[in-house]
Ligand binder design. Sequence first.
Ligand SMILES: [Zn+2]
Ligand SMILES: [Zn+2]
Length: 150
Amino acid sequence: MKFLSSDRGSETDECSVHTRLRRESKKLTGARREILRVLEKESRPLTNKEIFQLLPIGRCDLATVYRSVQLLEELGVVKKFVFGDGAARFAFIAEGGDSHRHHLVCTQCQKIMEIGECIVRELEERVAARSNFKAVTHRLEFFGVCPACQ
Ligand SMILES: [Zn+2]
Ligand SMILES: [Zn+2]
């Protein structure tokens, strides 16, 4: 998995998703466009199965969803997240947007909330300063029990 935060400020940020896809000379097929539309609407990351269930019926099969999502991830249009249950989930990365984000996962119903801000940037800087590492990044997810499950 790529650390997308290291891409910040790269030239791809200025291109539209379509340009990014075209540059890779991959056609934005109907299925891929539909998948992007589904992911754009959702603020939480979705599994391949959830994406499949949200697509218009008969649009494509689950295998096509798997392949398309993998391609979109390779192009950096979507980002993969893996939480405690080990399932891969995917979220759309907005144009020029910062792909760095944190999530709060309900341990009872697996509901996922996005936490808007990164609260450990300072810690990251401290780790970098102490270790002399550069381009230090991190992955951090939170777990708890959501209001509906309490
Ligand atoms: Zn819950
Ligand atoms: Zn963070």
